[in-house]
Design a protein around this ligand. Structure first.
Ligand SMILES: NC(=O)c1ccc[n+]([C@@H]2O[C@H](COP(=O)([O-])OP(=O)(O)OC[C@H]3O[C@@H](n4cnc5c(N)ncnc54)[C@H](OP(=O)(O)O)[C@@H]3O)[C@@H](O)[C@H]2O)c1
Length: 248
């Protein structure tokens, strides 16, 4: 028996990295999982195959979460295939880094649209059936950068800070509907997103992290499963930092 037996979930950006780990952890806890991906179908299918091996339902859906038409079609199909989605994890995210003076409008818009507007649109589409089902958990993956700011990441910090504000507002709006809305704010985690960060920058990160290392995707996923579980039934509007002590 898992803590999420019988629950349905949607994870965006589930083809790799943190989203992949979240999808697998939700399935291990008993949930069926709708897996969103953008460009990498094969790795997403591999995640689905692993979930099938766990005896859970999993289907992959291609959509750019920042495009209203694409995420609308995805949500419609997910609702047909799974029924009301009870657990939504907005994980898909991108960076387009540049110091603020050199950051162009496209870099700004891309990051805001994927990291902030995408989650808002997806929640907006899924909230009515979630309310009708009488139980819901929304978990938004934000970032330590939204809490602290970071050189070269004005767009990303603004998007992730906005996502935390959205989380708190929706927590207030839906608390009486038995829906909790929380965020997880990872520190620096070993994924493709940090793979290109120069070693000397990662050394600075390690040195300013009390635990002296980067996080692993599974360590972020564990916090998401906790927030989605009945153990977190009185927690809403919270941002859980999973960062090895880098920000406290
Ligand atoms: N890694 C870190 O250190 C770190 C720290 C703090 C917060 N985070 C946050 O954690 C989340 C996951 O990060 P990660 O490190 O796992 O990233 P990652 O390895 O770069 O993976 C990004 C995922 O997002 C998907 N994606 C990107 N753009 C998309 C779009 N427009 N529509 C739908 N899906 C899209 C990708 O899909 P495809 O592969 O199919 O293209 C992929 O599955 C992000 O929100 C990120 O901001 C990461």
């Amino acid at each position: 028996m898992g803590v999420l037996d019988g629950k349905t979930s949607l994870v965006t950006g589930a083809s790799r990295g943190i989203g992949r780990a979240i999808a697998l952890a939700l399935a291990e806890a008993g949930a069926d999982v709708a897996l969103n991906y953008f460009t990498r179908r094969e790795p997403a299918e591999e995640v689905a195959a692993k979930i099938h091996q766990l005896g859970r339902k999993a289907i992959v859906y291609k959509a750019n979460v920042s495009k209203a038409g694409e995420n609308g079609q995805m949500v419609e199909q997910v609702l047909k295939d799974f029924g009301p989605v009870q657990i939504v994890v907005n994980n898909a995210g991108i960076t387009r880094d540049r110091s603020f003076g050199k950051m162009d409008r496209e870099m700004w818009d891309d990051v805001i649209n994927v990291n902030l507007t995408g989650p808002a649109m997806i929640i907006h589409r899924l909230i009515s059936p979630m309310i009708e089902s009488g139980w819901g958990r929304i978990v938004n993956i934000t970032s330590i950068v939204g809490q602290m700011g970071n050189f070269g990441q004005a767009n990303y910090a603004a998007a992730k800070g906005g996502l935390m504000a959205l989380t708190k507002t929706l927590a207030r709006e839906y608390a009486r509907k038995n829906i909790t809305v929380n965020a997880v704010a990872p520190g620096f985690v070993e994924t493709d997103m940090t793979a290109d960060v120069p070693d000397k920058v990662l050394d600075v990160v390690r040195n300013s992290t009390p635990m002296g290392r980067l996080g692993k995707p599974e360590e972020i996923a564990a916090a998401v499963v906790f927030l989605a579980s009945p153990h977190a039934s009185f927690i809403t509007g919270e941002v859980i930092g999973v960062n090895g002590g880098m920000y406290m």
